[in-house]
Design a protein around this ligand. Structure first.
Ligand SMILES: [Zn+2]
Length: 138
């Protein structure tokens, strides 16, 4: 009989465009690109502003709060690394600065999650990576 093998959850593989986002997460900060032309933030990161196509942007730390724009509850195991987590919540979180991120809602029961609920970021350490997740604010 084969030994039980620990199956790990996937970790992000930063691209040149997203490396600053993941480096910020390691320092427990949410960094997003902010356009120097139109002043808006966007996500996911890219080499040009998604609003005005300017290539002039800087990485800025943003608030760690937002609201749940939408969410789903996963009841099926789509990746064996998440088997112990089902049911769990995957949400689109709209930050107060505007951009929307896909993340898990952690620390509460799926039945307590609602659209428009206020959330704040929490950082999950996973196999050497730091992943921004969100928890309900009380
Ligand atoms: Zn812009």
């Amino acid at each position: 009989m084969a030994e039980a093998q620990q199956i790990h959850k996937p970790v992000p593989r930063p691209s040149p465009e997203s490396a600053s986002f993941w480096d910020g997460a390691k320092e427990k900060k949410l960094l997003l690109p902010r356009c120097e032309n139109c002043g808006r933030f966007w996500f996911p990161p890219s080499q040009r502003c998604r609003h005005c196509l300017s290539a002039d942007f800087t990485w800025r730390e943003v608030s760690v709060e937002g609201r749940i724009y939408s969410f789903v509850v996963y009841h099926r195991v789509y990746h064996p690394g998440f088997e112990a987590d089902v049911p769990y919540v995957v949400a689109i979180v709209e930050l107060d600065e505007g951009p929307r991120l896909l993340a898990n809602i952690v620390g509460s029961l799926p039945g307590d999650v609602r659209c428009d609920a206020r959330v704040h970021v929490v950082f999950e350490e996973r196999d050497g990576a730091t992943i921004p997740q969100f928890a309900l604010s009380r």
